[in-house]
Design a protein around this ligand. Structure first.
Ligand code: JE8
Length: 249
């Protein structure tokens, strides 16, 4: 998978050099390229913003640098390369969730356009809707100062689903929100050695070696945590799938 990020803060994307994504890059599973938008400015101040038409607070990112940058990035692929998905982080976008992460993890090329200020001149987004698959996406119902942190979140969520990135031991099979009977359920509690810590022990079932009972206990814990913290997700669970899970354990 190729991932391009165009930003005025390339240093904000340094975390993509470490841990899961960094290791995947070193192994050649991910080709991540971060571009400084100011490389496509032509004035001595490298201007990327201007005052908003219609007035109002803040500044708006100018269309020209974005147009030149995206034309070059999108035009840099081989003639037979699959077209990219252009992902625009914005508080007004569709919610980013595990389903979208799974969909995007199957695409060969993603281009992220994290903005700053009050966002990008709308004409840029409209221009590229005519050429590529554009997704305007929000990482949550709160307002950040820019799109770079959302890019870090989305790249990690997507990259871990790319075949080979997670080792078998780290399988995402039992992830929260993973498809199947555990879909839309939050993960339950986890424990490790020592067997006692500050007078607190381990749930006996986890020491029993009975895999069926352990699986059921974990499902019950997931249901309890989901009911407590995300009752909205319980409504989305497929009772038939949950029953099938019970039968399988
Ligand atoms: C007051 N204004 C309102 C419009 C946005 C301005 C800051 N900003 C500029 C670019 C940009 C990109 C994403 C996000 C963002 N915020 N919250 C989320 N879930 C996001 C996502 N994805 C925020 C952003 C602040």
């Amino acid at each position: 998978m190729r991932i391009d990020v165009v930003t005025i803060f390339p240093e904000y994307l340094e975390p993509l050099n470490v841990s899961l994504v960094g290791k995947a890059r070193a192994r050649g599973l991910l080709d991540v390229r971060v571009h400084d938008l100011r490389c496509w400015t032509h004035d001595k101040h490298h201007t990327v913003d201007d005052t908003p038409y219609g007035g109002g607070p803040g500044m708006v990112m100018k269309p020209e640098p974005w147009g030149e940058a995206l034309d070059e990035v999108l035009g840099s692929a081989a003639a037979d390369a699959a077209p990219p998905v252009l992902i625009v982080p914005t508080p007004s976008g569709r919610p980013f969730d595990q389903e979208l992460a799974v969909e995007l993890s199957a695409r060969p090329w993603l281009v992220f356009t994290p903005a700053r200020y009050e966002g990008i001149d709308r004409r840029v987004i409209e221009e590229y809707y005519e050429h590529v698959d554009v997704r305007e996406v929000s990482v949550g119902d709160y307002v950040l100062a820019g799109g770079e942190a959302p890019v870090l979140v989305m790249v990690e969520a997507i990259a871990r689903l790319v075949p080979g990135v997670l080792g078998n031991a780290e399988s995402h099979r039992d992830d929260s929100f993973a498809a199947g009977a555990m879909a839309d359920l939050l993960e339950g509690p986890v424990y490790t050695k020592p067997p006692e810590w500050r007078g607190r022990g381990i749930p006996e079932v986890l020491l029993s070696g009975h895999h069926g009972r352990i699986a059921r206990w974990r499902r019950d814990q997931a249901l309890a945590r989901t009911s407590a913290n995300r009752p909205d997700l319980i409504a989305r669970c497929d009772p038939a799938a949950l029953d099938k899970h019970d039968r399988a354990t």
